[in-house]
Write a protein that binds this ligand. Sequence first.
Ligand SMILES: [Zn+2]
Length: 424
Amino acid sequence: MDSSIDIYRNSIENYSIDIHFMTQNTPFGSPLGTNTKSQANRLQSGLQNIEQVNLCRVLSRAQKFILQEIARKILKQMQIRTTKNHPEGYKTFVHRVNYCLRCRIDSKKGVGVRINEERGTAHYDNLQRCGSVWTCAPCSGEITEVRKIELKQGIDNWRKKSGHVYLVTLTNRHHFGDDLGDLLKGQQKALVKLWGQRAVKEMLATLGYVGRITATEVTWSFDNGWHPHFHLLVFFDHEINAQGLQTFMANEWRNACRKAGLKLPSMERGVDVRDGTYADQYVAKWGLEHELTKGHVKKGRGESLTPFDLLRQYPESPELFGDLFREFADTFKGKRQLVWTKGLKELLAVDEKTDEEIIFETEKESILINELAGEIWELLVKYQQRAEYLEAIEKDYADNGDRAYQLVLKLANFYAKEIEENLA
Ligand SMILES: [Zn+2]
């Protein structure tokens, strides 16, 4: 529908989200609008704290929709899917981010617009969600915020029981040009080997080990290519010697890497064990929301890029970053981001919640204030105004304005004019 997406660079003074998407013909110029710019200037002159929080939230949402548009543009692979109702099969996108917050669940109904009265935040209803923490910024943002609270809660609960937690990072040697799929497969194999080794099991038992949470991450850099790695929060029932564990684990990790056919990490760099304060810092920075607040800081050529950084850099070099993101998305599809060992959630008194439950849960605590007819929704999608419409709804809700209506009217007029010009 919007094959004519064009990207251009622009910067908002002092709040530089430096990628803007726009359709070739847009009634607005920038999807973030001049509004955001004037807000950014007001930020300088000193906003009330609450307004700043709101502004950051609005900007973060706008960024997430922009990143989703870019991901969708890159992930165009199709597959044939067969179901009971379609035994002959039909064509779908491999990556469901293409449908997320875009296609309706029930096509006979309109798109609901709901508001959480307490928070004054708006969202859509009756739209498909992809639930991908890897490729979809809106889904990733929602899921990782809840997961982060769970991590924090788990650590707090464990400490209340006089328990201890350590941050363990496992890496292995990698080079530019290494295949991401091979690296990840090898590392996962090594990880299974590591925890299965008899010496490791015996050592952990003597140290009072109770369980671990494994977070899989990947970055990419011009110097070294793909760098998948693991951060683990490891729980013990009493204090341990971090340096001692590191020395022991370094040797065992090398053994595990050897068995998995990976390039061996050095004794010094393969394993890093840190105490609880580092575990806290790691959790505080974990998740997409934190990444987005840092996202406007432009990264240099030597720095590591996260997958969402690849999307941000996409306009600079679409072919390079598009190919990298596609490779990442294909490799990580269906992989879990956080894995808790069996029984740990129960021990740390943390709820078992699926990604889907997280995404659809927020909608329960809200009221329906509008239902957009399919045609109007298509306009918001076509002109990439999904985030802007929510912002207008939130402002209208606060002061009884008619911004949302005016926005739709403007789009409708613009669309009518476009058709007229095409016919002429
Ligand atoms: Zn999604």
